[in-house]
Design a protein around this ligand. Structure first.
Ligand SMILES: [Zn+2]
Length: 211
């Protein structure tokens, strides 16, 4: 299968925002990375949100159209969340925002997470590192694939400073990111793409203004 799309982008420094960037206009053309069930599996794999084995089993076990329907749910969730982020970004979230988050909380309430005590990975010298607490999840139905996305959104809402959620300043760019730089000076999704374009545009402008 040929895919003319560029690879999905993970430039946001927050998976909840990378999820929003799964529909974007990186090079003047709109790109949808969650257009089908296969797309959704590929995106979740790249995002490392779901273990590869679970994704393989989801593909093998899904009925016709079942994963496409989950991808449609993911897109609807994404566009709902985009509206929320657009409205609230640029300043800290306040407690009243919770009233708007019911769709997310409804989804989170469906989670079938559970805890386990497991062996911690050894530290390279082959010395056993003891035990660790692990959060796992049952994947009973394909729409459970939305749960880690919902968690990434919840993490963004509760762990990130919403005043640092920014939109790339590239004039045609739609990408969002969390500015985690010191001094909060980040302006571009990607310096190599939008940053350079802006530099070139400024350079052209300077040349044009020369007498
Ligand atoms: Zn950009």
């Amino acid at each position: 299968m040929t895919d003319a799309r560029p690879p999905a982008m993970f430039i946001a420094d927050a998976l909840g925002l990378d999820f929003l960037n799964s529909a974007a206009m990186p090079q003047d053309t709109p790109v949808e990375w969650l257009g089908s069930g296969d797309d959704l599996l590929a995106w979740l794999r790249q995002a490392k949100l779901v273990p590869a084995q679970v994704l393989d089993e989801a593909r093998a076990g899904a009925g016709p159209g079942e994963l496409d329907a989950v991808a449609a749910q993911a897109r609807a969730l994404r566009e709902w969340f985009r509206g929320f982020v657009r409205e609230h970004r640029g300043r800290p979230l306040d407690a009243q925002a919770v009233a708007q988050l019911e769709p997310l909380n409804r989804l989170l309430a469906r989670d079938e997470g559970f805890g386990q005590v497991g062996a911690a990975p050894s530290d390279g010298d082959g010395v056993a590192a003891g035990l660790q607490w692990m959060r796992l999840r049952r994947w009973r139905s394909p729409d459970a694939l939305l749960q880690p996305i919902a968690e990434a959104m919840a993490e963004l809402l509760t762990g990130a400073d919403f005043s640092q959620v920014k939109a790339c300043e590239g004039p045609a760019c739609t990408l969002l990111f969390l500015d985690t730089t010191r001094g909060h000076k980040r302006r571009w999704c990607n310096m190599a793409v939008c940053g350079n374009r802006a530099k070139q545009a400024a350079h052209r402008e300077r040349l044009a203004q020369r007498p």
